[in-house]
Design a protein around this ligand. Structure first.
Ligand SMILES: [Zn+2]
Length: 411
């Protein structure tokens, strides 16, 4: 039986010529069918195994990443390129879509999941012909592609290169200061942006600390915070008011190693960064402190020891394609009055919830800063509409406008 299986497997390989593992790919052609090639060895790319088991039908699974210091096994991000796709009706079936998060099941696909595809890695569209099998934890989707090369992802990617391009595009703006406050395990820079009007004394302003992209796979935060930054640096009236009344401190990419490698949730050391923020005051499970968290905490301590405050901290995340609401999570009674101001500009609900080791928890408990975590879907919202990059841009601008209103009201 065993040898028969191997023989059968060899025939399949010979017929399709495809077996992509760890980003490598190969292709052979026959007279009838040009084999589809698969690759993921690019910025933010990730797939474990994907191969053309019969013509125009690819099957495999996303890469599971085992966390170093706990049982977390996160898996859901995929982003790969197919070639030889023009005018083919291609079906992709992904299996093994069940992971572990903080010891419990992590099931982040649903019937509403719609992956995205692009012919240029900039303009993305949803794939709407999707079936999710909740019992088998498999997702099957199909689409007719018009070009000969296509990128397919779990949701809109925001690559490491896009993060660098954002920094490059705003460098030199008179309302902006850029610092590098630390480096990742793989020597990538952690940027801290300061946006404010230098013509108004800092003592008359509130201080807001915004962070995002702790978790690869939650790439929509990159678009939300990009839009917030571009708005704050713009000529718009609301932006001028925000700069006069507020100092924005922004880390636009907290986990560049994880983002670059497409490592669902983890950093370059295979740690879930958002479980690593309390290492040096209550929890000894995850020592040593991860470099991304350490440099931010060092900056906050220096900022506060200089007699300065932080009046609001917000960390932008995504619940992937699981949820259908924009949420603000905070420890109980923290920032309960913020969401009505945000809600004027983008739909958001307040749900008190606490996660040990999170940046949010650390800001509140260790530094006494009112802080919360945004959870933004990468799928459809309650109205049934599927979110686009333009929606994420509106959220970012709305976040800045709502924060200004919130502070003006409390003065
Ligand atoms: Zn997250």
């Amino acid at each position: 039986m065993y040898s028969v299986r191997i023989y059968f497997f060899i025939i399949i390989i010979a017929f399709t010529g495809i077996h992509c593992r760890s980003g490598k790919s190969a292709a052979v052609t026959n007279n009838k069918h040009t084999a589809i090639t698969v690759s993921s060895d690019f910025d933010s790319g990730s797939i474990d195994t994907l191969w053309e088991s019969k013509p125009d039908f690819l099957t495999g699974w996303p890469r599971h990443w085992k966390q170093k210091s706990s049982s977390d096994n996160q898996y859901y991000w995929f982003y790969f390129k197919l070639e030889h796709t023009a005018n083919k009706n291609i079906t992709i079936k992904l299996d093994s879509l069940a992971g572990t998060y903080r010891g419990g099941p992590h099931l982040i696909y649903s019937k509403g999941t719609q992956p995205v595809y692009s012919y240029d890695q900039k303009n993305w569209q949803r794939i709407s012909d999707v079936q999710y099998d909740a019992r088998q934890h498999s997702l099957t989707f199909r689409n007719v592609f018009t070009a000969d090369a296509v990128w397919i992802a779990y949701a809109h990617p925001f690559s490491y290169e896009q993060g660098l391009a954002l920094i490059h595009s705003i460098t030199g703006n008179p309302f902006l200061n850029i610092e590098v406050i630390g480096k990742t395990a793989q020597e990538r820079d952690i940027h801290l942006l300061t946006i404010t009007d230098p013509g108004v004394p800092d003592t008359e302003k509130k201080v807001v600390f915004i962070t995002t992209l702790q978790h690869a796979g939650e790439y929509c935060g990159g678009y939300v915070v990009s839009a917030l930054i571009h708005f704050l640096l713009s000529d718009e009236e609301g932006a001028a008011l925000a700069r006069k009344t507020t100092i924005y401190k922004i880390i636009p990419m907290m986990n560049p190693d994880g983002i670059f490698h497409g490592i669902t949730r983890f950093n370059g050391n295979f740690e879930d960064l958002n479980q690593e923020w309390d290492d040096d005051f209550t929890d000894t499970l995850h020592l040593p402190v991860e470099p991304e968290a350490a440099c931010v905490k060092k900056w906050i301590r220096e900022w506060k020891s200089a007699g300065k405050t932080i009046d609001l901290g917000l960390d932008v995340h995504s619940q992937g394609q699981e949820g259908n609401m924009n949420l603000l999570h905070t420890p109980k009674d923290v920032l309960a009055d913020l969401t009505p101001y945000l809600n004027k500009y983008w739909p958001i609900e307040y749900i008190p919830m606490e996660f040990s080791g999170s940046l949010n928890n650390c800001l509140v408990k260790e530094f006494n800063i009112p802080a919360g975590t945004f959870e933004i879907p990468q799928s459809r919202i309650k109205s049934g509409a599927y979110l686009t990059i333009e929606d994420y841009y509106q959220y970012g601008k709305g976040m800045a406008s709502g924060i200004t209103d919130y502070f003006l009201k409390s003065r």
